[in-house]
Structure formats: structure tokens, C-alpha cells
Design a protein around this ligand. Structure first.
Ligand SMILES: *Cc1c(COP(=O)(O)O)cnc(C)c1O
Length: 370
């Protein structure tokens, strides 16, 4: 007799839907029968600059070592992060992207009978990692697509172990300031681990958003998660890190896979952290692109959620699926976010000036014919 292996899965997993990634360029090129070079992908919040030349050089130099296992402790990268951010190395946990950090936290602190609290329209990895270990997702409704910080606190109970918070949030781009964060942290019960996900922090101007690292001393239940996949341009290599108390870092390091960050990612991350010009250029390109998109959307009479990330959620006020389909026919890939409870929106990553222009042009064409 054949068993039902969906029914045999952990109950929380049965209720999950697979993470929807941005449509790959090659896939759409095959479907449309056109050259991949003609396609614009603004769907995965990737860095439009292309990789830093210093990163490419570091990777090339590391290639002859590929038969060796990576340094499982990530010594050199931790030293680099330590110098850059004034963190002692024992506070750092490295991840295969910051997605991995979220997963490690869930495996270390969540289990059946326990729960994680987070907002509606928050990053998809939070429910996936929570439910994969049999814990409950407690989803708090948002206010105008932003976080209801009071509501998040009210949702905490004795069985809450983790609270996920992204600043700015993906896919909405909404954010909160230093005062709100401080007030929030001071009210979270000490037994709840607050995961402050700062995947997009580098796109804001220094001081514009609170720097989670500044709060670690005062809040031993805080973990700040960062990534090199977005602003530093290493999405394909997968590398992120967490800063927390030494005790939490010790727990996470017991759970993570021993070689979770590969050797090319380790050297690339060091080179990327050194290339401050690349980071600055990315930030400039992002603010110019955000202004360009906002101006274009205004001209088209469209609404959007103001964003501090490298993406913007555009509201069409009606089912956005046909508009997405029209954009795909024009060779433009953006991200539908119906799965995030936002069926009238499309999320558009900020690209180069030409890519943004191509998107606006395609959008205007699609809207005119709809
Ligand atoms: C993209 C993203 C991440 C992590 O991405 P990695 O590529 O795994 O580093 C984490 N949190 C949010 C909110 C994101 O949007």
C-alpha cells in the first residue's frame, strides 16, 4: 500500500506553500523564445551593479583550494566583521545567507508547543522555518502594511520563544525608527529572542534607520541578522551573519551545519566588506533608481508604499496577476506578492537606470492595453 507522505509530514509543514522565487531570466527567455539579454529582472532584490571586481579577484585566487573543506569557524571573515562593526568574534554566527540564520534560530529555539511571533506581510522565511520545526506561527495583522509593534508585543505568551522583525520589511519596504525600536525592545519579555532582520540596512543613509548592533549591549535577548547577498552583491554565493550575545551565538553554532558557508563565499565576503566604494555606488544607484521609479509611477497615476529597501511595492488597486502576466510578455520580471497577502501589488526591485526605464515603459504599455 502506498502511504500519503503529505499526511505524514509535520503538521505545520502540511500547511506551508513552497517559497516562490523570482522567475529565472533563462526560463522566461525560453518561454518567449528571445535572447536572455533582452530580459529585465527586477524580482529578487538583487544588486544591479554586478559583482565587485575585488570580489571576483578574491574568488579567482581561492579556486585552487576547492578540494579543501572551508574553514568551518570562518575565522578570517569573523575577524573582518569584528573590525568593521566593533563586535567581538564570539558574538558572530555565520550563515549560508541570512535565510540560514533564520533557520538555525528556529531549529535551536522552536519546537512543537512553542511559537514565533511576526507580522503579516513579513518575510516568507519566518513561517517556513517556524513551521518546519513544528512550532506555531503567530501572525499579527499589520497597520497600513507596516508593523503593529504593540500588537506584536500583545501576541507574546509563555510559549513564545522567537519574535521576527525586519527593518525595513520585505516585501513592503516599511520601517520603524530608533525610538520605536527602543520602546519595543524595552517591553519584550526577557525570555523572547528578538531576531531583528536588517537585510536591507545598507541601502539607507547612515543614521536614517536604527542600527541594531547599537542595542546588543542593552538587550541580551536581541539578535541582529545581516546579509551580504543584497547590498554587497553576493546573492549567488549565499552569505550572511548574525550578531547576538555570546551565549546565543554559542547555541546557534551548535546547531548550524559545520561548513555552512562555503570557501568562495568566505573570501568573497571579506573582499566585499573591504570594497566600500562598491557599497557606496550601490546606495547611490538605489536612491537615484527609487526616485526614478517613484516619478514614473506618479506619472502613471499609481500608488506605492514608501520604501527604505532596494525595492518598491506598487499597488494597482485590483488583481495584479494580469498586469504581471503582461509585463512578462514584455520581457520584464517583477514579483507578484499575493502569497504575502498583497494580491493587488507587485514588488519591483530597483535596477539600473535603463532597467527601471524598461520596466516603466513596459508597464505603461501593459496598463494602456488593459
Ligand atoms: C533577502 C532577505 C533575507 C535573506 O536573504 P539571504 O539571501 O538568505 O541572505 C533575509 N531577510 C529578508 C527580509 C530578506 O528580504
Amino acid at each position: 500500500m502506498k502511504s500519503d507522505f503529505l499526511a505524514l509530514a509535520v503538521p505545520g509543514v502540511q500547511k506551508l506553500s513552497p517559497y516562490v522565487t523570482g522567475k529565472p531570466i533563462d526560463e522566461l527567455a525560453r518561454e518567449l523564445g528571445i535572447d536572455p539579454a533582452q530580459i529585465v529582472k527586477l524580482a529578487s532584490n538583487e544588486n544591479p551593479l554586478g559583482p565587485s571586481l575585488k570580489v571576483l579577484e578574491a574568488i579567482r585566487a581561492e579556486l585552487p583550494e576547492l578540494t579543501r573543506y572551508p574553514d568551518g569557524s570562518g575565522y578570517v571573515l569573523k575577524q573582518k566583521l569584528s573590525e568593521r562593526f566593533g563586535l567581538s568574534p564570539e558574538l558572530i554566527t555565520l550563515g549560508n545567507g541570512s535565510n540560514d540564520i533564520i533557520d538555525i534560530v528556529a531549529r535551536a529555539y522552536l519546537a512543537p508547543g512553542l511559537n514565533a511571533v511576526f507580522s503579516a506581510h513579513a518575510f516568507a522565511a519566518y513561517p517556513i522555518c517556524t513551521q518546519a520545526v513544528g512550532a506555531e506561527s503567530r501572525v499579527v495583522p499589520a497597520i497600513d502594511y507596516g508593523y503593529d509593534l504593540d500588537g506584536l508585543i500583545k501576541a507574546i505568551d509563555d510559549h513564545t520563544r522567537v519574535l521576527f522583525l525586519a527593518n525595513p520589511n520585505n516585501p513592503t519596504g516599511t520601517w520603524f525608527g530608533a525610538e520605536a525600536l527602543e520602546q519595543f525592545l524595552s517591553r519584550v519579555p526577557a525570555h523572547v529572542l528578538v531576531v531583528l532582520d536588517e537585510a536591507y540596512i545598507e541601502f539607507s543613509e547612515p543614521g536614517e534607520l536604527p542600527n541594531g548592533l547599537d542595542y546588543l549591549d542593552r538587550y541580551p535577548n536581541l539578535l541582529v541578522s545581516r546579509t551580504l547577498c543584497k547590498a554587497y552583491g553576493l546573492a549567488g554565493l549565499r552569505v550572511g551573519y548574525a550578531a547576538s550575545s555570546a551565549q546565543i551565538a554559542d547555541v546557534l553554532n551548535r546547531v548550524r551545519q559545520p561548513f555552512n558557508v562555503n570557501s568562495l563565499a568566505l573570501v568573497a565576503a571579506c573582499a566585499a566588506l573591504d570594497d566600500t566604494d562598491y557599497l557606496a555606488a550601490g546606495r547611490r544607484l538605489n536612491s537615484a533608481g527609487m526616485a526614478q521609479l517613484e516619478a514614473g509611477l506618479r506619472e502613471l497615476g499609481l500608488a506605492w508604499i514608501p520604501s527604505k529597501g532596494n525595492f518598491i511595492a506598487v499597488d494597482f488597486g485590483r488583481d495584479a496577476a494580469p498586469i504581471n502576466a503582461g509585463l512578462l510578455r514584455e520581457g520584464v520580471i517583477v514579483r507578484p506578492i499575493a502569497g504575502y497577502g498583497m494580491p493587488t501589488f507587485l514588488r519591483v526591485s530597483i535596477g539600473t537606470e535603463q532597467e527601471n526605464a524598461r520596466f516603466l515603459e513596459a508597464l505603461s504599455k501593459v496598463l494602456a492595453s488593459a
